[in-house]
Design a protein around this ligand. Structure first.
Ligand code: ATP
Length: 359
């Protein structure tokens, strides 16, 4: 690619307004150092967009995103949006579906010195992003949950061969880039014989295309226990939407909590950096949110863009971000409260941006 990369900045809500600016600061520093040309594009979304433009996903936001290669999306606090208003919808499932961001990639890695349950975890959970149980995104029109009578609710789950295959391939591709090269498919095909059964079948088929990657399967309830007892055995985990949502929060707790859990939603053409954590309204505005997860989500975006568009400088920038973040975490001097430190969000962002400059 000869033109600059085009990256959007969508701050989101609550702590998004604090952690996204730190992320962009670090990405800019790394891009400048690596000589990676990036055009940055602020794009309105969320509560602020509702207040200023009358819609949480204003007209023009999707048109703008169409022109971009990827974007950083801060957490969305949709629970606090006005209810029953068609202009205050939760925008991120729409982005995931509109751009077919089918793979939600969520790493959990322990670092020395950080208070955590295990000191030697290094796994990546790849979660199917657009099917499964979530009723606001598993149907084309309408809603995937309904109440035929006051005392009965029916919820549906969608699993397709194509969706399962795509996410399985994404997991095997990631495993190939790692040392241990193991993919574990998580499901419960003993009970959900058709839905989990289809997911498992497609994972097994895809596994045959990757003879260099070890493949195994674990039932989701067993996985919950194994993840708590011996998470070190896992390398790349692939699973369906809601199982992945739950297991990735659990995996983040093993290594120090949600502030340390980055994420990337990737599709065929675009990717969206989006930390695993929510908008944390309980700590918003206090300047104490941990920017690590959002910064490392931005790092994942640069790495994805570098690989996708064969931009060596973007890969170098991603490498610089990873090293700088690790250096600050290992030094242990400028950390937010959830990591056992006393630094503010901005101080930690500054320290990582400075470490990029020093590297
Ligand atoms: P969602 O359903 O939108 O994912 P959630 O219900 O999982 O959100 P979060 O907003 O992620 O909730 O917050 C869960 C807890 O983790 C809260 O106590 C919050 O303060 C804490 N938390 C989340 N993100 C961070 C962060 N970046 N730094 C420090 N604490 C955080």
């Amino acid at each position: 690619m000869i033109r600059p990369l085009r990256i959007g900045i969508l701050e989101g809500d609550d702590i998004g307004l604090e952690v996204v600016p730190e992320t962009i600061k670090v990405m800019r520093a790394a891009a400048a150092k690596a000589g990676c040309a990036i055009d940055w594009h602020p794009v309105p979304i969320g509560k602020k967009a509702f207040e200023e433009l009358g819609n949480t996903l204003p007209t023009g936001t999707l048109d703008k995103l169409d022109t971009l290669d990827g974007w950083v999306l801060g957490p969305i606090g949709h629970q606090a949006y006005p209810k029953n208003n068609p202009n205050s919808i939760n925008p991120h499932p729409i982005l995931r579906r509109h751009y077919d961001l089918f793979a939600n990639i969520r790493p959990s890695k322990s670092y020395p010195g950080i208070p955590c349950i295990y000191k030697d975890v290094d796994l990546i959970l790849v979660r199917e992003n657009n099917e499964g149980f979530p009723p606001d995104r598993n149907v084309h029109l309408g809603y995937g949950e309904f109440r035929p009578s006051p005392d009965m609710t029916i919820g549906i789950r969608v699993i397709t061969r194509q969706g399962s295959q795509k996410v399985a391939r994404a997991a095997f591709d990631i495993a190939r880039t790692r040392q241990r090269k193991i993919v574990t498919a998580v499901h419960k095909d003993t009970v959900f014989k058709l839905a989990c059964g289809m997911f498992a079948e497609e994972c097994r088929k895809v596994a045959k295309e990757y003879p260099d990657v070890t493949f195994n399967e674990v039932l989701v309830d067993t996985m919950a226990a194994k993840l708590i007892m011996k998470p070190q055995q896992f390398d790349v985990i692939v699973t369906t939407n809601t199982f992945g949502d739950i297991l990735s929060d659990a995996a983040s707790a093993l290594v120090g909590g949600l502030g340390l859990a980055p994420g990337l939603s990737a599709g065929p053409d675009r990717a969206m950096a989006q930390a695993t954590h929510g908008s944390a309204p309980d700590i918003a505005g206090k300047g104490i949110a941990n920017p690590y997860a959002m910064i490392m989500s931005g790092q994942m975006l640069l790495q994805w863009l570098g690989r996708k568009h064969k931009v060596e400088a973007a890969l170098q920038a991603a490498e610089l971000m990873e090293r700088a973040t690790e250096a600050v975490v290992k030094a242990g001097k400028v950390l937010t409260a959830d990591m056992g430190g006393r630094a503010s969000t901005r101080e930690m962002g500054d320290a990582i941006a400075d470490a990029v400059g020093d590297s």
